[in-house]
Design a protein around this ligand. Structure first.
Ligand code: AMP
Length: 545
């Protein structure tokens, strides 16, 4: 027997109309190319989004056209998030930090019809435009006064175009499984793979994100997404903020500028932020050097790569900010697990608390998780056994865009994340490595992430990474690669390595530490272990004869 409840489709336009009816007065504040503090209301944003939908019709875009954006976090990008998807087209957010050949690959693979871009990316687009034949035109996200002097084919001015459009647009009642967004993974090997989000997956992920044991978003929050809108929808904040009625503060091109971030937090009263660990390092350094405070911020979601314990402690102890450690991936819209306390863990103190905090957290309702051994047998949730982390759920991708078969999508319906993890009795996931970064010493696995956590808590360390390097006796041993906060700092390798004693199993302690001026990062701000290993070619451990 079927239930008798209304079969209302889950559509992004419904988030928008809820926002308009209930908190249309709420503000979006942005740093933008032509204004360092632009502010307007949700109602104004969504009325311009309807103009965007009219514009796409006028430009004769196909009903399922992929529309690319190369843009920072600002209000014009928000307008595209809603105007493109709610009209039935697919918002293809493109990461401008990708290599030009990757950009060419994905613009062609997606067959994008138009590219909406921030003027800062004009040169980049000029260098690839002739290799992107599907693109019919380029729309600069700027007023006429800021238009770039450029030879981009069919270059148009966003503000001029919008000025001609009506803000009346009846967004269609789409099938909830209609594609709404497209984001390519920044795979370190092979071509990037496209993840095609639907209206349904986006709405469900938005609900998931707002839950109390996730980001716990409410109408009283002021959200500062420091995670870029060009990668996995800025973790869903532009949808979540609109849905719950939280003020949204967008740092525009100043996403990496600690001074701007601190003034936005203080002047706009940000209560929650979100970003990868690498954006918080300079912010914490800036706060320490200037002795400024961030009193309104109560919590920040940190994920994308493992958040070091030292960073969580600095936020908590010096600024009263709770770090919500989370894990996810492009293929998961992206949020999968968030570390919030439950009845068993809320009272933890001392070392037990530290051990718990570095875990990535519990699955959001809607996300199923398991770890398996090499024969795809489920492993126990004992916090000790580690295996391949697999997931499934309504906001996990079921395949890659225009890819016939993917090894990650298994015939039993689970998606293999490519991460290795343990899960404890509380369902708390701890990521130990990417499968390809696991260090195998004498047949046993060593977690590079755990070692990095210890390394990060050593005084004077700005960033560190651990990679497995060849060793004649053990096949592989861990090597610690360190960036010092102060380049003139004189570290003793022996002292540094002895710091690991008692903190990890003795046989996990790295055999050596080397110091470098910086670590290579991927387009999404993670340490690129592939490039790091390449740069270390020829390295030999001192004890490897
Ligand atoms: P992306 O698709 O670019 O968002 O990258 C997803 C990958 O980032 C995951 O598969 C993990 O390897 C890594 N990742 C994300 N969050 C964390 C975290 N909190 N700790 C460790 N690794 C993480």
């Amino acid at each position: 027997m079927l239930g008798q409840m209304m079969d209302t489709p889950l559509l992004i336009k419904n988030l928008a109309s809820h926002a308009e009816r209930n908190h249309g007065f709420q503000e979006i504040v942005s740093v933008a190319v032509d204004n360092d503090r632009h502010r307007y209301t949700f109602n104004e944003a969504l009325s311009r989004s309807r103009k965007v939908s009219n514009l796409l019709d006028r430009l004769n875009c196909a009903s399922d056209a992929r529309i690319a954006t190369l843009a920072w976090n600002d209000y014009r990008h928000v307008e595209l998030y809603y105007g493109v998807s709610c009209s039935g087209r697919v918002l293809h957010t493109v990461n401008p930090r990708l290599f030009p050949e990757q950009l060419i690959y994905i613009l062609n693979h997606a067959e994008d019809e138009f590219v909406f871009f921030d003027v800062a990316f004009t040169k980049l687009l000029e260098s690839i435009a002739s290799d992107c034949p599907s693109v019919k035109g380029y729309v600069a996200l700027a007023p006429r006064s800021c238009m770039p002097d450029s030879n981009l084919p069919n270059l148009m001015c966003y503000e001029d175009l919008l000025a001609k459009e009506s803000s009346d647009y009846d967004w269609p009642d789409l099938d909830e499984n209609t594609a709404s967004g497209l984001c390519y993974t920044s795979g370190t090997t092979g071509n990037p793979k496209g993840v095609l989000y639907s209206h349904r997956s986006t709405v469900l992920h938005t609900y998931g994100m707002c839950m109390p044991d996730a980001a716990s978003l409410s109408a009283q929050d002021v959200i500062l997404p420091v995670v870029p809108m060009f990668h996995v929808n800025a973790w869903g904040y532009p949808y979540a903020g609109m849905m719950v009625g939280a003020k949204i503060v967008l740092p525009g091109p100043k996403l990496g500028d600690a001074e701007t971030l601190v003034s936005l937090i203080n002047e706009e009263g940000a209560t929650i932020a979100g970003g990868v660990p690498t954006v918080w390092l300079p912010l914490l350094e800036y706060l320490k050097n200037t002795k400024k405070e961030i009193k309104t911020l109560t919590r920040t979601v940190i994920g994308g790569s493992a958040c070091p314990l030292s960073m969580m402690e600095e936020f908590r102890d010096n600024y009263g900010v709770r770090v919500l450690h989370g894990w996810g991936m492009t293929e998961m819209s992206p949020v999968g697990v968030v570390n919030t306390p439950n009845a068993r863990t809320s009272g933890l103190i001392g070392d037990e608390l530290k051990t718990h905090l570095v875990k990535q957290g519990r699955a959001l309702p809607g996300v199923e998780i398991k770890i398996t051994d090499e024969d795809n047998r489920s492993l126990p949730w004992d916090g000790i056994k580690f295996g391949a982390l697999k997931v499934r759920g309504p906001w996990v991708c079921s395949g890659y865009y225009r890819v016939k078969n993917s090894d990650a999508h298994q015939s039993d319906g689970w998606f293999d994340t490519g991460d290795v993890a343990t899960i404890d009795i509380n369902g708390c996931v701890k990521i130990t490595d990417r499968t390809k970064d696991v260090i195998k010493s004498g047949g046993e696995w060593i977690s590079s992430i755990e070692l990095e956590n210890v390394g990060m808590s050593y005084p004077g360390v700005r960033e560190c990474a651990v990679v497995g390097m060849a060793h004649a006796k053990w096949q592989e041993r861990p090597l610690l690669v360190v960036v010092a906060k102060n380049s003139s700092e004189d570290f003793s390798v022996a002292q540094f390595l002895s710091f690991f004693e008692g903190k990890v199993a003795k046989w996990w302690i790295p055999n050596d530490a080397i110091f470098v001026s910086e670590l290579p990062h991927t387009a999404t701000g993670k340490v690129s272990k592939l490039l790091l290993r390449e740069s270390l070619e020829g390295y030999k451990f001192p004890d490897d004869n």
